[in-house]
Every structure is written in C-alpha cells, then in structure tokens.
Design a protein around this ligand. Sequence first.
Ligand SMILES: [Fe+2]
Length: 213
Amino acid sequence: MKSCTLTLKCEKEMDCPKEVVMWNYYDHEHLVGTHFKLYYKARVLAERDDWALVYREPKIPGIPISNSGLALQYMEGDVMKTFHKDWLGFLLEMEVHFKDLPNDRSLITVIYKMNVPQFYKIFEPIFKWAFRNWFEAAWIEDEPMRLRRWKVYKLGFKDFYGIDYINKRLPKSEKTEVPKYKFNPPIASFSTINKTEGMERPFSKSFELGYND
Ligand SMILES: [Fe+2]
C-alpha cells in the first residue's frame, strides 16, 4: 500500500540552557503533575541511561475517549528521538533538537512525523492543527518549570537536598560563577512511577501549580 508521511515542525526559544530542557523531557513524573490536564497516568516500564520506555494515558484535547500508548525515548547527540505507539495503532515519531544560544538561552525544535496510508494525506491539516495545539499547550505548562529549575540551580539547588545556604541558614553566597548545568539521565525518583502501579494525576483541577513567581 502506498504511504505518505504527515509532518509538523514547531520551534521556540527558551530562557535557559538546552540541558535544562532535556531534563524536563526525562522528568517523567511531571507528565501527571505539570501536565495533569494532558495525562491521566504514566508509568516508567524500563529506563537506563538516556533510554526510557514509558506507558502513558494521555487526554487528547477535543476527543472524549481515553487513549493509552507506549513511548520509547533516547538521545542521539543533541537530538532526543521518541517513538509513540497508541492503541489506535499509529506510530508517531518525534524528534526534539536542542541547541544552545548565547546568554544561557536555547532553541528547541520539535518535529512530528507519522507514516500513514496515502489516503490519510487529506487529514494532514488536522494532524498539524492537533499536534501544534498539543505542542503549544505542553510548552505553556513546561516553560515555568524549566525557568524555575534554572533559577534555583543558579542559587545552588541540588535534587533531594535543596539549597545549601538556606539549609544551613547562612547568608546568601556572593559567588556568581555558575557551573554548567549537566543533564545526567536517568532522573532520580522516589515516587511510584517506576513501580507496577505507576502514577496517576493527583488532581483534575488546579489553579496554577505554584509557578506564580
Ligand atoms: Fe513537559
């Protein structure tokens, strides 16, 4: 059967280094927290270094039926490759290209591709509309999280430890040199996301998530 590839490219700049954004893509818990409007449930089935196989139950905007699928993600240099397979049988291939810009900024380019029978070509405008909406909705929710991570990292924040001078009730350090942020997957977690039960979204409604600063 003749096939064709539906494609969409989305691009945005971030006010933080690319490694912070990479961390965000590997912080699987935030799927049901930050993106509680987009996901019902997530479970990490297997994870090693930058390879992760994740079960997700996304809520597709405008479609009142539940969905579920598997996604494999891994890094090739500065590109994260992801393969999503949902219960409808479609295979969505996503690439996220990370590029650092001057002044601790970055350019993030996301390319969505879906190989389908030629007949489906007429649905490409809907494909582009749906995935652009998804990209924009997720970006709006991710952006404050990334900026907050970068902000607290510059203050000396370490996972599961906090900020040293605050923990020790010391005056704020005058040190201005910030070591390069290092993305070092897998991301440590103490939650149930790696266990059989996975993680469900903790709420269905919330006014902001504490990202109001
Ligand atoms: Fe996200």
